[in-house]
Ligand binder design. Structure first.
Ligand code: GUN
Length: 430
């Protein structure tokens, strides 16, 4: 059978999806209807009007919305699990920059990005916001590979003109800006599912001139931006020295005009130590926080008080932050987010309650999905992004509810098997 055999069809199985940040709706043996790439709803009894649509019966397998990974570094994929005894700035200098410099070699880039795209296609992820490297040609290879998966992504060619290693540093702001424009020209009109995003690595790696130039470029072209914010205490102190007029790290991005607005929101990864002022700034600009608990634990960076941020109605999703995070598997990010929130509550501030499974499933699906539009739920009108999961491989003595099975999948997915995956109604894996 061809991969996208039906335009309109129905998936049947045990269904779970969020309708808001506190509510997971669950259904046994129900029907999820796809029409023209959109979800028409979930029905325990199939309405008459859909009776002629083909049904793909998954028995009692789980049917869940696809997940959104708001922050990951494709080029670091081969570095997973290496250098983990280091903290962020040390890890970047000792391992990461050297690794990324290798993407000058296009043969190597092709192999690495093929492996990355293959594994991302096989994961729970249907949407992602991704860093490449400073290299135009390698980043185009990454975009080609991603386009062929059917995933919907934003991909950035990184900018950095200071504080790197020689092999991974652009000569000056002008060279970096011209390189970015050349990359944008080379990919114009080339992709359907892969979009370009402006990507200053972070303030320590970009001169003031470069930051301002990228802000202008994004504004002129109506483009979104991604960067990293308040991840590590040494980094925050460094930014204060580099941009002495800023009132906080977030304000430094704001001064350079790189935070975007509601119509072209930025993704700011980490935000562990964001002050009330910084949170206000993020809210004002409609920026998304990519919470990267796996990475933040590995790098001993800290714990972001995500429940507090959710209560403030900030826009938040999860990021694996491969390769400071070690897997493209979003259930690992869900688990780390849950665990970190429990430790924050126990050891740091007991007024910030631990996140629930409902809260974190929301962040992984609807929270990050919103960055792409109506994505991450099976409410009517949402894009039909779905993942089918066989969890019958896990022996249990109990008759579990669908909610309990979602909880178990998030705490221990190692025995779960993904058996189907759809993006906007197109099947991209079995
Ligand atoms: N800050 C700047 N670059 C990086 C990166 O590649 N990974 C992480 N975790 N933090 C960063």
């Amino acid at each position: 059978m061809p991969m996208n055999e039906h335009e309109n069809f129905i998936l049947q199985g045990d269904v779970a999806f969020n309708v808001d940040k506190d509510t997971l709706q669950t259904f046994r043996r129900s029907y999820v209807v796809c029409e023209d790439g959109k979800c028409s709803g979930v029905f325990p009894v199939l309405p008459e009007k859909y009776k002629d649509l083909p049904i793909i019966d998954h028995g009692s397998q789980l049917i869940i919305p696809g997940m959104t990974d708001l922050h990951m570094h494709a080029a670091q994929y081969p570095l997973r699990g290496i250098g983990m005894d280091k903290e962020q700035l040390d890890w970047l200098k000792s391992y990461t920059f050297e690794e990324e410099a290798r993407y000058e070699d296009l043969e190597l880039a092709k192999k690495a990005y093929e492996s990355f795209a293959y594994n991302l296609r096989r994961s729970y992820t249907t949407r992602a916001v991704i860093y490449g490297t400073i290299h135009n040609d390698a980043t185009i290879i990454l975009m080609d590979e991603l386009e062929s998966t059917g995933l919907e992504t934003y991909v950035g060619r990184i900018n950095m003109d200071r504080n790197s290693v020689e092999a991974l540093q652009e000569e000056n702001a002008e060279v970096s800006l011209e390189g970015t424009k050349a990359w944008l020209s080379a990919i114009e009109g080339k992709y359907e599912n892969t979009r370009a995003i402006i990507t200053p690595r972070f303030i320590p790696a970009c001169s003031d001139e470069l930051m301002k130039g990228l802000g202008e470029l994004a504004r002129e072209r109506g483009m979104r931006m991604q960067s990293q914010l308040s991840e590590n205490l040494d980094e925050i102190r460094w930014v204060k020295q580099l941009v002495p007029d800023s009132t906080c790290y977030g304000n430094a991005y704001e001064l350079f005009g790189t935070l975007g607005d509601e119509s072209r929101p930025s993704v700011m990864a980490h935000c562990i130590y964001s002050s009330d002022e910084e949170l206000e700034i993020l809210k004002k600009h409609g920026a998304y926080i990519a919470h990267c608990a796996d990475s933040n634990i590995n790098m001993a960076s800290g714990i972001a008080p995500i429940h507090k941020y959710m209560d403030l109605d900030l826009k938040i999703g999860l990021g694996t932050d491969v390769a400071a995070g070690t897997a493209v598997n979003m259930t690992q990010s869900i688990l780390r987010t849950l665990q970190a929130s429990k430790m924050y509550y126990r050891l740091v501030d007991d007024s910030v309650k631990p996140l629930t499974i409902e809260n974190v499933f929301y962040l992984a699906t609807m929270g990050g999905g919103e960055y792409f539009g109506k994505v991450g739920s099976f409410l009517p009108g949402y894009d039909f992004d779905a993942v089918v999961v066989d969890d019958s491989t896990i022996f249990s003595m109990r008759n579990l509810s669908v909610r309990e099975r979602i909880e178990r999948m998030c705490y221990n997915d190692t025995e779960c098997v993904i058996t189907g995956k759809f993006v906007k109604g197109k099947r991209i894996r079995r």
